[in-house]
Design a protein around this ligand. Sequence first.
Ligand code: COA
Length: 204
Amino acid sequence: MQFTDLGQGAHLELLQPHHAPEIFELIDSSRAHLREWLPFVDGTQSVEDTKRFREAGAQRYARDGSFDAGIFDGGALAGVIGLHWIHMGNRSTSLGYWLGAHFTGRGLMTRSVNAVLEHCFSELNLNRVSSAAALGNIRSNAVLQRCRFQLEGISREPEWLYDHFVDHHLYGILQRDWQAARADRTSRSGSDSRSGNDSSSRAS
Ligand SMILES: CC(C)(COP(=O)(O)OP(=O)(O)OC[C@H]1O[C@@H](n2cnc3c(N)ncnc32)[C@H](O)[C@@H]1OP(=O)(O)O)[C@@H](O)C(=O)NCCC(=O)NCCS
């Protein structure tokens, strides 16, 4: 995924080493917001920390093709979405994401997740994308549900967040779920346009 247009002036772009200062600034300006649900914030105290993180990302990309993409809105970095790993034998991957505090509430992440799912299922021909959200992370659970992930279970205390463990909701979406959702969207937009009620511009 080198570049994907999300419409309305937003796009996804593969993160490169030169993005490190911009990523650090976004994390630094959103510490309280990100810290509530992400474990890497306190360990990110300088651009050098972000550079090291990006180097590990580049190694992952070289090893199995899993990537991190910047979410850009009007040219500014708004957040990050990425695949933690890709297992080609099982045709599966795992998705994670975050937005800077000032970029929430506009549907940017919903559009980004849908774009990455399209890439995973149509370009990479994967069968499964999994993700997880802490039980109390209402907004992240809502993103996954809007993007038609199915809730598959609860994992007890898989993550340590600075001073406490959190339980995770485990989600998955399969290639056939995605294809069925796409066929559903197409048939709904067809019947809406026949009835003169075009809902295709409303994002899901
Ligand atoms: C999780 C996170 C990315 C969700 O951000 P978000 O802004 O709620 O998600 P979206 O960008 O999809 O925006 C959805 C919101 O925009 C609104 N919206 C506006 N236009 C929209 C559109 N075209 N499509 C979808 N939603 C739209 C929705 O109603 C929703 O608002 P609401 O929650 O007030 O109802 C963000 O809260 C975050 O980064 N949190 C901290 C890090 C984190 O938790 N990461 C995930 C760890 S599992």
